[in-house]
Design a protein around this ligand. Sequence first.
Ligand code: GLU
Length: 312
Amino acid sequence: MAQVQTFLEQLYHEFKGITDGKLASYIPELARADPGWFGISIVTLDGRSFEVGDVAQKFTIQSISKVFVYGMALEDYGREKLLRKVGVEPTGDPFNSLIRLDEDSKRPDNPMVNAGAIATTGLITGSDPAERLNRMLSMFERYVGNEVFVDVSTFMSEKTTGHRNRAMAHLMLNFGMIEQPIEEALDLYFQQCAVLVTTHDLAVMAATLANQGVNPITGQRAVGSEHVRDILSVMYTCGMYNFAGEWAFRVGIPAKSGVSGGIMAVVPNQAGIAVFSPLLDGHGNSVRGLKVFEALSRFELGGFLRGHQLGL
Ligand code: GLU
């Protein structure tokens, strides 16, 4: 629909000049991003794309990977068993907070904060690290519809500097929340965060979730439909760092963001939307990304975002 494409182009030009925010630099490799990168992509369930900007620029998926790995753990373990290991309670704390990890907490709060994500990744089944990584890459490939690769520089950059995540894993081990070997779980977690995607890929991945787990471009199932509701629920309540409540209020659809600057959102039964722009606000969300989604929810697309038919 020409109207949607025109609107995206307007948003792109309106927000392109915004230079507020900062590049993530605690993973040194992320600081090499071009602050000017900006892409917006919408992929509908009938396979159409509306796109503008740097939608083919590759970047590492970072925390957005947590959504898909959670889906994999749901498949590997089943809902109830997984729930005993990782909760579904939003924290209101930053994604890398250690505050709520103490002797009294039986499990990390939710799979979208780092502690919960590391615990979730540690549950992925496979006979050795290579098999677990290959299973994970195959899972991502079903969502994307193409081969995916781990960016080795970003992986090494985080592996050698990720002391806080390593400390979290040790604390959880000490409290009996996760089991050895934690270095393998951390490696796999750093690898999942370093998977390379484009804005277009993320929109297709989101559209797959919008389509009950079937990739709308390839027709391949990426995750069992019985797990999609649970995935979307944790995205909705915990997906936008300690901005999740405000996001629900302002935009109102399940989404997940990552520190490399991506935001991916799902409009159930209609479309996947992704925005990429690496300058982040204090919560770790893309500044231009938030602007785009707020504008989309105000536009007549507001109906579209909240699940009503726009006639796309
Ligand atoms: N790999 C990053 C970390 O664990 C992901 C953080 C994010 O994107 O929120 O710190």
